[in-house]
Write a protein that binds this ligand. Structure first.
Ligand code: ADE
Length: 250
């Protein structure tokens, strides 16, 4: 997969050299290019923003550097990926559609993503219109109902969520199947050795004995029930309307 990121803070993306994503780059699974939006400014101050038309607080990102950036990045990408390569252009934005595991799964199958980091109050609306008019697929996505200072942190999160789903990035593919959100539920509670642990306050805490039973069928059923119970408690919005409610204890 090729990913291009356009930002005014290229250093913000440095963590993408680390851990599994860094390894995916070194292994040639991820071809990541980070671009400084100011490359496509032409004034002494390398200006990317201006005051909002109509008045109001803050600053708005100017359309010209963005249009030039997309022209250059898309043309370089087409050169590398082939003339008929189609990028998905993604703008993290608190006013976007929710980014969820299903989105990550969908995007992990794409060959080319272009992630554009807005700053200040946002980007001039005509940039989106221009890209759509050019026939590009454009997606505005939000990480959640809160406001970040810019798209960079969202790009880190989106890139990690997407790239880890590409085959070969996470060593044990089975771990992707059982994790939270992969089947619409939260993951069941996890335990490791020692099975009996005395915490620093002196309380002895036992792992659920069923996990030591060796009965894989009963363990799977217990985990499914724990997932449902946890989802009901913490994220009832994720459950289907016909969920049966708590199973009897015991
Ligand atoms: N940029 C600023 N806030 C954001 C959010 N909540 N999600 C995605 N991008 C953002």
């Amino acid at each position: 997969m090729r990913i291009d990121v356009v930002t005014i803070f290229p250093e913000y993306l440095a963590p993408l050299d680390l851990s599994l994503i860094g390894k995916a780059r070194r292994d040639g699974i991820l071809d990541l290019h980070v671009h400084d939006l100011r490359t496509w400014t032409h004034d002494r101050h390398r200006t990317v923003d201006d005051t909002p038309l109509g008045g109001g607080a803050g600053m708005v990102m100017k359309p010209e550097p963005w249009a030039e950036a997309f022209a250059a990045v898309l043309s370089a990408g087409r050169e590398a990926q082939g003339a008929d390569a189609h990028p998905l252009i993604i703008f993290p934005n608190p006013a976007g559609a929710p980014f969820a595991q299903a989105t990550a799964q969908d995007w992990s199958q794409r060959e080319w993503l272009v992630l554009a980091c807005g700053r200040y109050e946002g980007i001039d609306e005509r940039v989106y219109e221009h890209l759509a008019d050019q026939g590009h697929e454009v997606a505005l996505v939000s990480l959640g109902d809160y406001v970040l200072n810019g798209g960079e942190v969202a790009v880190l999160a989106i890139t990690e969520a997407v790239v880890r789903l590409i085959p070969g990035v996470v060593g044990n593919a089975a771990s992707l199947v059982e994790e939270s959100h992969s089947d619409g539920l939260l993951e069941y509670p996890l335990y490791t050795r020692p099975a009996s642990w005395t915490d620093p306050a002196g309380t002895v805490r036992e792992a659920p004995p069923i996990l030591l039973s060796g009965d894989h069928g009963r363990i799977a059923a217990w985990r499914r029930e724990q997932s449902r119970r946890r989802t009901r408690e913490r994220r009832p919005d994720l459950l289907p309307a016909d969920d049966e409610g708590p199973a009897p204890l015991g």
